[in-house]
Design a protein around this ligand. Structure first.
Ligand SMILES: [Ca+2]
Length: 281
């Protein structure tokens, strides 16, 4: 069927990067088996496309690893040693309102805002920094035993990705471990979960080096739907081979969705478009 052709072509890159190669063949067999058929409790994930609503300027020199939106400002956590830091910039024109740089030894990663605190991960240094949102002064630091990739907040705990298929819940008081769950797509672990955003009871995650965002049920870990952002990277200037899609932010007042990438000159407001397709077909 044409739909199946579309499905396997479109997802071949996603699958080959997200899963170990040896899993690929059994994966397809699994999808086609009765055992993996969608059930009422775990329906086949919907596939979404997108429409660009608006675009805003972003510093193409920022290696975007964390993204939040609050009160008209974009908060961006940047990575790469020597260039890592935290920036608050006005959405409308990119004017930098506040900025703080991390020590050169640190590779900054995901960020999250809880009240007046901004948490910022580091990649492999096992450090989590806390900044005062009003002043950008560093007020605290905690230990993270895993790699730091993405960070989100569900209203109770922080949610942490580390490049694997595991999401850990961590306490906001001292970043202590609470519990964890595994993210799966039709029963198969989804690795390389990167930048995160908690939106209306779902955890959304960029899958590193793909054009896909997965929307995750945070209770079961099941991927409920997939957003295909193919083509967006051609709409912005990019700086180098590392310039992949990364960064999801949600304006919960006006219900606007923002996405961007590492070393991208633009931040996009998008709307999701139903494709009528599911995964698998
Ligand atoms: Ca985010």
């Amino acid at each position: 069927m044409n739909n199946n052709h579309w499905f396997f072509t479109g997802f071949s890159r996603f699958l080959s990067i997200s899963f170990f190669c040896f899993l690929l063949v059994p994966l397809i067999v699994q999808y086609q088996s009765e055992a993996m058929a969608a059930t009422e409790n775990n329906p086949a994930p919907k596939l979404y496309s997108y429409r660009i609503v608006d675009r805003f300027p972003q510093d193409i020199k920022s290696f975007t690893q964390g993204l939040k939106f609050v009160d008209g400002s974009i908060y961006l956590g940047a990575g790469k040693r020597g260039y890592s830091g935290l920036t608050q910039a006005r959405l409308a024109d990119g004017y930098v309102e506040k900025q703080v740089k991390l020590d050169d030894q640190y590779f900054g990663e995901g960020i999250e805002i809880v009240g007046n605190q901004i948490f910022q991960l580091t990649w492999k240094a096992n450090k989590v920094f806390v900044f005062d949102k009003s002043t950008f002064e560093m007020t605290d630091s905690f230990t993270n035993p895993t790699e730091g990739w993405g960070l989100a907040y569900d209203g109770v705990n922080l949610l942490l990705s580390d490049g694997s298929s595991t999401i850990r819940r961590m306490g906001t008081e001292d970043f202590s471990y609470v519990n964890e769950f595994e993210v799966t797509l039709a029963g198969v672990p989804v690795r390389n979960l990167n930048e995160l955003e908690y939106i209306a009871g779902e955890l959304w995650a960029n899958v590193w080096q793909t054009n896909y965002i997965v929307r995750i049920d945070p209770v079961t870990g099941n991927v409920r739907s997939i957003i295909d952002l193919s083509g967006l990277e051609q709409r912005t200037r990019r700086n180098g081979v590392d310039a992949v899609l990364n960064g999801i932010a949600w304006d919960d007042v006006n219900e606007r969705l923002f996405v961007t990438g590492k070393y991208w000159s633009d931040l996009f407001e998008i709307e999701l478009v139903e494709t009528g397709k599911t995964f698998p077909q």
